[in-house]
Design a protein around this ligand. Structure first.
Ligand code: C5P
Length: 321
């Protein structure tokens, strides 16, 4: 039967640049974004059971959760569940024989509904563990199949599958690598309650309709050059997030958090993705630890995690937990 237990790591992301255009006919917004994956991660374990799965339908027996998993579904509403089902269906279409049931366990380390693509990264990790399992029993499906399933699952899933530093266009799913030198040290300041991504995009549309001057930032030239040079101060100066204004409009307290991190000495603070997590770029690991301590002392956030980027995309890891 081969490997009985497979574990993968799902890395969070921050958008160094998030330019948001108009809403499209399909409801999505045209993006120009530069993603960076971060060391902060979730872990997903797949365990093969001895009982057989039905010929059609899900192979998942149970999905259990641990860590900071409040509000995360443990059924087919979870993208992890959908990712496994979709890749299994693709293998079944190629004629793989009857499969056993599996058990999944997801350990959350990435803030939930925090603008860090935690759910998307979990889905990418689910594709990796399922691929590692099924490619032992059939001709491996090519990476392009995983990529197209990733894009169906969500706009951030393709990036979280690859990791590193990448430019995303379209909904964020069309990716090309960005050259980046060095390591970046962040502090991720977590708020007690999450924000809904669709609501933040919708708020941006409303603010623009009401006449607020909120242009779509589509030029990443200066940031790209700063990344290529590994110039952390220039990267800090050129961080852009078009979703920051609507996130602050929905959650005015974010303004104080951003100010507190910058007063604590961070080079720059921005809202991460659709928020409410705030990401602070720091000079080095010691500086990040200092800023994290001050943010915790401020009482404005429930956690402040130091993290480094760029990290890998979702990948299988050898040990068990
Ligand atoms: O693709 P995903 O399911 O992660 O997107 C969640 C929601 O975020 C979408 O339903 C949409 O409201 C919003 N979104 C958007 N434009 C994008 C990506 C996401 O409007 N490019």
């Amino acid at each position: 039967m081969g490997v009985e237990q497979i574990r993968a790591r799902a890395h969070a992301k921050v958008n160094l640049h998030l330019g948001v255009g108009q809403a499209r006919a399909d409801g999505y917004h045209e993006l120009v974004t530069i993603f960076q994956s971060l060391s902060l991660h979730d872990e997903l374990e797949l365990k093969v059971l001895s009982k057989r799965a039905p010929k059609h339908g899900s192979v998942i027996d149970t999905l259990t959760l641990s860590g900071q998993a409040k509000g995360v579904p443990d059924d087919e509403d979870n993208l992890v569940w959908q990712a496994v089902d979709k890749l299994v269906a693709a293998y079944r279409a190629e004629g793989i024989g009857q499969l056993p049931m599996v058990e999944l366990h997801l350990r959350k380390g990435i803030p939930v509904a925090g603008g860090m693509a935690g759910g998307s990264a979990d889905a990418a990790a689910a594709l990796r563990v399922t691929q590692a399992w099924l490619s032992e029993h059939a001709d491996p499906l090519p990476e392009s199949v995983l990529e197209s399933i990733a894009a169906e699952l969500g706009s951030d899933v393709p990036f979280t599958l690859h990791g590193g530093t990448m430019l995303g266009t379209g909904r964020g799913e069309n990716l090309i690598p960005v050259m980046s030198r060095g390591h970046y040290h962040w502090v991720l300041a977590v708020s007690a309650a999450g924000l809904s991504t669709p609501e933040v995009f919708h708020k941006l549309d409303q603010l623009r309709e009401s006449g607020r001057e909120l242009p779509a930032h589509t030029d990443t030239t200066v940031l790209s050059r700063s990344l290529l040079n590994g110039d952390v101060a220039a990267v800090a100066a050129n961080l852009v997030n078009d979703l920051q204004a609507p996130a602050i409009s929905l959650r005015p307290g974010l303004r104080q958090i951003l100010a507190a991190g910058e007063e604590a000495g961070a080079l720059r603070g921005i809202v991460s993705g659709s928020g409410p997590t705030c990401a602070f770029l720091c000079r080095d690991a010691a500086h990040a630890a200092e800023v994290a301590g001050e943010l915790i002392d401020s009482g404005l956030v429930i956690a402040a995690h130091p993290a480094q980027g760029p990290a890998e995309g979702a990948h299988v890891v050898p040990e068990t937990f």
